[in-house]
Design a protein around this ligand. Structure first.
Ligand code: GFB
Length: 311
């Protein structure tokens, strides 16, 4: 990737966007453009058009979205659909309308069908019913992915997508109601008074990828001359939520007793993505779950002490 390119990272304050900015800076990219939510409302098409017209962007990485765990999504599918649809359509469509040559759009393995074959190949997209708890988010993200594919086919724009598995790492959202499971478990064990209540049965199986591995995959994909329209990005390392709970308990040194609230949903039974495509092109994850947990507990404590934690 040309280090002098003007690169826009949408969502730079989020966990993924911040990791992508870190990786771009480490790679020597000098012209990184960002805009805070108060500077640019990505749900406002006119504002997004004016932003692209004013900034002459060469490459855009779309890491902005309304995200959340199973609790947040299942309580507000309408909002997750509406806002993420607007963000996806505006950031991709207006990029194409304003000469952005290359764009990388980020999906998530939770937008594959609920009962997709495991490991999930890229070809499984749209082949059967979606997971109900995050159907709104999934529909919006699928739209964004497909818009990139259509623009590439119809206008020759190099717009392509990545499909990361469940992500975690520095700058995550530790809100115990709306957050994803891994950061939520860290917060619960770090603040536990004897007992930690976790959701579901603990039998759901999840694959986790440290966000710095995803950022490296983004730069890898942007460095490909002719990237596939869609590539899964995962670690291949999956655990049951029960195993994850024990691993987080150990990583925090907590002695809390774990109890399960089976009135809460398990969500998709399993979400292991098939990463043979991206691995065949030369990328693989570097950060194991054990090492990633060690780093993330440390970054949680540091963010808490610095008052920068997202709750
Ligand atoms: O990460 P998570 O919230 O979402 O939950 P998904 C994963 C699993 O962890 C579910 C269990 O089986 C939950 O029942 N779990 C146990 C908990 N205790 C907790 C807890 O305290 N908090 C949470 N949040 N979960 C998401 C999608 O699905 O995947 C999003 O809803 C997103 O759209 C994300 O794309 C990557 O992995 O089930």
């Amino acid at each position: 990737m040309d280090k002098s390119s003007v690169i826009y990272v949408a969502g730079h304050r989020g966990m993924v966007g911040a990791a992508v900015v870190r990786a771009l800076k480490a790679a020597g990219c000098e012209n990184i453009v960002t805009a805070t939510h108060s500077e640019l409302d990505l749900t406002d098409r006119k504002a997004v058009a004016e932003f692209y017209a004013a900034n002459k962007i060469d490459v855009a990485v779309i890491a902005a979205a309304r995200v959340g765990g199973i609790g947040a999504n299942s309580a507000a599918n309408s909002l997750f659909l509406y806002e993420n649809e607007l963000i996806a359509m505006n950031t991709v469509w207006e990029a194409a309308a304003h000469g952005v040559k290359r764009l990388l759009f980020l999906g998530s393995t939770c937008i594959y069908p609920r009962m997709a074959p495991q490991p999930i190949p890229e070809s499984a997209l749209l082949t059967s019913e979606l997971e109900k708890t995050n159907e709104g988010y999934a529909l919006a993200k699928i739209s964004g992915l497909k818009l990139c594919e259509f623009l590439r086919r119809e206008r020759g724009l190099l717009y392509h997508s990545l499909m990361p598995t469940n992500l975690y790492g520095p700058g995550d959202n530790y809100d115990i109601v709306h957050g994803h499971v891994l950061p939520t478990l860290i917060r619960k064990f770090e603040t536990a008074k004897g007992k930690v209540t976790l959701w579901g049965t603990g039998s759901a199986i999840r694959e986790f990828l440290h966000v710095d591995d995803l950022a490296a995959a983004c730069l890898f994909a942007l460095g490909l001359e002719n990237p596939p329209d869609l590539m899964n990005v995962g670690s291949g390392e999956e655990v049951t939520i029960r195993e994850l709970a024990e691993a987080v308990k150990a990583a925090t040194g907590s002695k809390a007793e774990i109890v399960w609230d089976s009135t809460k949903p398990d969500g998709t039974p399993r979400k292991l993505c098939d990463t043979s495509l991206i691995r065949s092109l030369g990328w693989k994850s570097e950060i194991s779950l054990a090492e990633g947990l060690r780093r993330t507990v440390a970054s949680y404590r540091a963010e808490l002490a610095a008052g920068t934690i997202r709750l």
